[in-house]
Write a protein that binds this ligand. Structure first.
Ligand SMILES: [Zn+2]
Length: 443
């Protein structure tokens, strides 16, 4: 880490990095500067459940009933307003790119909107208004479980067949801030004979493909009963694993599953704050990475939106399980939150501070009550110029193990300042925007 680094930006990308430069008229980023964070797994509308689902007990399945009540009512206009506020909350947390795992496609009863992609377009527009990039992981969801027809709420999710899903998704256009990927909701929701269609669509476009995998033991049991194999084995047999693929959660795996994911270089996206909130269990993150899988991180159900918390939770879960410390370095955890997360969303040019990379810069204040005294680590600033204080080098450790999203002071996405001194430049009152959007959804 270095201090006083001048970062010049051209065309949204880092044009040069010069140490020991005078800041001149550059915007000074005073704190620890890291690359933009990638939130690799998000369901924006789940933000409406925060708090409300913390009453009483239950399981993943009882939580899902509450989630479905929100899903049943949302309109494209409401979703734009809600997602704009949620993505602004993400921006304040240092997230410059979101992977939106999007399955709420149709009007109640499964009626197609005039624009069949009205809901997806609302999400793409919301990201633009919040100043962040999005990979819309358009999700195929056809069945309430292993071929059974969708229930009332799930009619909003279903296109009827893999082919109809592909036809609709092909109507989505990519933009500077938006790319389109594919998702299989789960092997519960997409019958085995439809998986190949989704894989082929993504392969043709070299697009990312994501899938919820083995979040619940019940999914494994259902898959074994229906097909005689685990979900991971089924995805492997249908040609869906590989470097463009991300398995989300991957909580309950066999040793063969771990070998299949690692051996195919499939990314595994851990969502520890959601997995613990829903009492899912602890996934074998260290083992899949040792087997060859890159790791990424996601806020998923938006129980909280804080990728530092996701990163440290992955390490701390492993400590509790093994009663040993130090399974990942802070740098390795930040790698999951940055470069590997961006790669899993189809943005390989993001997530690093090097010439040619997208100019996504996140500044973590080193003088908050949580971070003060971590000794400077580095203060970086850029055409953007990183600050002046050289110092001890525990910046990454402080960020991962003590900082929270509240310590993010400045955020630059693609060379554009979207957060300055804790204030979103496009959505000045994010709390107010959330309050208003959530009240509308609740009414
Ligand atoms: Zn999810």
């Amino acid at each position: 880490m270095e201090s006083g680094v001048l970062i010049e930006v051209s065309g949204g990308r880092i044009a040069s990095l010069q140490a020991d430069s005078a800041p001149g008229d550059a915007v000074v980023l005073d704190g620890l500067v890291i690359p933009g964070l990638a939130n690799a797994h998000s369901h924006a509308f789940h933000r409406a459940l925060r708090g409300a689902t913390q009453l009483g007990g239950g399981t993943f399945w009882t939580w899902r009933e509450t989630m479905y009540r929100v899903a049943a009512a949302l309109t494209p206009d409401e979703y734009l307003e809600l997602a704009r506020a949620v993505y602004a909350e993400m921006a304040l947390a240092g997230i410059t790119c979101v992977g939106e795992f999007h399955y709420l496609h149709h009007a109640p009863g499964g009626v197609t909107y005039d624009d069949p992609n009205a809901m997806g377009e609302a999400l793409i527009e919301a990201a633009a208004q919040a100043g962040i990039r999005i990979t819309l992981l358009d999700t195929c969801y056809l069945s309430s479980g292993f071929g059974a027809p969708p229930d009332e709420t799930q009619l909003r999710f279903s296109d009827g067949s893999g082919e109809a899903w592909a036809e609709r998704v092909s109507g989505l256009k990519e933009r500077d801030h938006a790319r389109v990927g594919a998702a299989v909701h789960s092997v519960r929701a997409v019958p085995a004979d439809q998986l190949g269609v989704i894989g082929a669509w993504a392969a043709q476009r070299n697009a990312p493909i994501h899938a919820h995998v083995s979040e619940q033991p019940a999914e494994n049991e259902g898959c074994l009963a229906a097909y005689g194999v685990t979900p991971t084995r089924l995805l492997a047999d249908r040609g869906l694993l590989g470097p463009r693929t991300t398995a989300v959660h991957a909580t309950h795996l066999t040793s063969e599953d771990i070998a299949l994911l690692g051996g195919s270089a499939t990314t595994v996206c851990m969502c520890p704050t959601t997995e613990r909130d829903l009492a899912d269990g602890i996934g074998p993150a260290r083992e899949v990475q040792d087997a060859g899988s890159p790791l990424s991180l996601g806020s998923d159900s938006q129980a909280v939106i804080d990728l530092f918390e996701e990163a440290r939770a992955m390490e701390l879960n492993e400590r509790l399980r093994t009663r040993r410390r130090g399974h990942w370095t802070a740098d390795a955890l930040l790698r999951a939150a940055t470069v590997d997360g961006h790669a899993s969303l189809g943005w390989p040019e993001a997530g690093t501070l090097e010439v040619g990379a997208l100019a996504d810069l996140v500044t973590i204040s080193l003088d908050s009550v949580r971070t003060a005294g971590s000794l400077g680590s580095v203060r970086t600033a850029g055409s953007f110029d990183s600050g002046r204080t050289a110092g001890p080098l525990h910046g990454a450790e402080t960020a991962v193990f003590a900082a929270t999203s509240a310590d993010v002071s400045d955020v630059v996405a693609g060379g554009r300042v979207i957060v300055r001194r804790g204030v979103h430049q496009l959505v000045p009152d994010v709390a107010g925007a959330l309050r208003q959007a959530l009240a509308r959804v609740a009414s």
